[in-house]
Write a protein that binds this ligand. Structure first.
Ligand SMILES: [Zn+2]
Length: 97
């Protein structure tokens, strides 16, 4: 997938890289090959990883008619929770908090 750099307007290939911070946060980012401007994709912490693990469990339950309805609801909740945390983490990270 190609994205356009805001700085130099060059289109470059989206190649995500990961950086583990000193705490439990992992930043997924990519860098413009032309001007080396860094773009933050998303930031995850332990809480998010745990939510993702839980999501996988519920994902498996989508296949069963008995648990499908509950699983759908649960997955939506977990996604929303993770999204809120990730939004906050990205905000904190990009603004140097
Ligand atoms: Zn650039």
């Amino acid at each position: 997938m190609k994205v356009k750099c805001d700085e130099c307007e060059v289109h470059f290939e989206w190649k995500p890289e990961e950086r583990q911070l000193e705490d439990d946060r992992v930043v997924t980012y990519f860098t413009c090959l032309e001007c080396e401007k860094e773009y933050v994709g998303f930031v995850k912490n332990k809480e998010v990883f745990e939510l993702e693990k839980e999501r996988e469990l519920w994902q498996a339950r989508l296949n069963s008619p008995q648990t499908r309805k509950v699983a759908k609801k649960k997955l939506k909740e977990l996604e929303e929770k993770a999204r809120v945390i990730m939004d906050r983490l990205k905000e904190e990270y990009t603004h140097g908090a």
